[in-house]
Write a protein that binds this ligand. Structure first.
Ligand code: DOR
Ligand code: ZN
Length: 344
């Protein structure tokens, strides 16, 4: 029996929602990860320390007894965010970053920022307070092809932000293109990126070939094979700028299987197994631990975890859905097999 034991990982980008969905998905994350950076795109968004602390309490209440899990909270940047809000976040021991959504870029991003230069004073304060900026890096212009939106964001906005704020820690979240890999690799060490399992495992054919498959639709959208290969190379390179962030984004199945379906892949149920599958595909399982358990903690200036987790090479079938009778969440790869299994 083949096993792989690694330091317990953290998820540096996840959506866990609230209410019944939170109660369903959080145990999946808490059994895999010691900590996770919690995205603030609730409705209404998490824009203040007070809202984040209430949300943190709701998350902690959903952690199963006997499991040790720490949510790392983030705040949502809006046009109404003030320098005082940044200072309050910096003073809280529970807020770890601000998230920048360009207005309209993705799920619950209507409250996001329309004019990025208008928030430069806020970025200056974050730089001063040593609070990282997490970016959904896509332009939102109707006339920009959806497959080009990340690349154009880098050229039009990110290059300037990185140049303007040389000490600001920036995470370009869920990178999807060879251009993003190249940009982050060439940038100074204060710039890093997360990579999701779906972008390592699939190219855009997964959404469209042989029928339209809404459970492979996420944002930024899956790209061509050449981009998937560039991401796989980056993730397995040992370069500490690239680390694990699932972007696990549960939606009700009914809201994805519809005429205008929501963006998001649900991967938290088997995140490590999915990453192990991707790393094994290029013979790089030995690179999984640093990507999953070291580089993110190092970037955020946090201690690495001390416990370990063990994966076993045992095939198991992914359920068709999670959730109780009232709702369903369809996982990534629903009904298929995974070759690796996380031991309890
Ligand atoms: O696919 C996505 N789903 N991308 C995002 O940026 C947001 C997320 C969500 O919240 O559903
Ligand atoms: Zn996300």
């Amino acid at each position: 029996m083949k096993t792989l034991t690694i330091t317990q990982p953290d998820d540096w980008h996840i959506h866990v929602r609230t209410g019944a969905i939170l109660k369903t998905v959080l145990p999946h994350t808490a059994r895999q990860f010691a900590r996770a950076i919690i995205m603030p795109n609730l409705k209404p968004p998490v824009t203040s320390v007070a809202i984040a602390l209430a949300y943190r309490d709701e998350i902690l209440a959903a952690v199963p007894k006997g499991m040790d899990f720490t949510p790392l909270m983030t705040l949502y940047l809006t046009a109404a965010t003030t320098v005082a809000d940044i200072q309050a976040a910096a003073a809280s021991p529970h807020i770890y970053a601000f998230k920048l959504y360009p207005a309209g870029a993705t799920t619950n991003s209507d409250a996001g920022v329309a004019d990025l230069t208008a928030i430069y004073p806020l970025l200056a304060e974050m730089e001063k307070q040593a609070l990282p900026l997490l970016i959904h890096g896509e332009v939102t212009d109707d006339d920009c092809d959806i497959f080009d939106r990340e690349r154009v964001f880098i050229d039009r906005h990110l290059t300037a932000i990185v140049a303007q704020f040389p000490a600001l820690r920036i995470v370009l979240e869920h990178v999807t293109t060879a251009e993003a890999v190249q940009f982050v690799s060439a940038a100074p060490n204060n710039v890093a990126a997360t990579i999701t399992p779906q972008h390592l495992l699939y190219n855009r054919n997964a959404i469209l070939a042989g029928g339209i498959r809404p459970h492979y639709y996420c944002l930024p959208i899956l790209k061509r094979e050449q981009h998937r290969l560039a991401l796989l190379t980056a993730a397995t390179s040992g370069n500490p700028k690239f680390f694990l962030g699932t972007d696990s984004a549960p939606h009700h199945t009914a809201l994805k299987e519809t005429a205008c379906g929501c963006a998001g892949c649900y991967s938290a149920y088997g995140a490590l197994e999915l990453y192990a599958t991707a790393f094994e595909s290029v013979g790089a399982l030995d690179k999984l631990e640093a990507f999953a358990s070291f580089f993110g903690a190092d970037f955020y200036g946090l201690a690495r975890n001390e416990r370990t987790v063990t994966l076993e090479k045992t095939a198991w079938e992914i359920p068709l859905s999670y959730g109780d009778g009232d709702f369903r969440i369809t996982p990534l790869k629903a009904g298929e097999q995974l070759a690796w299994k996380l031991l309890a």
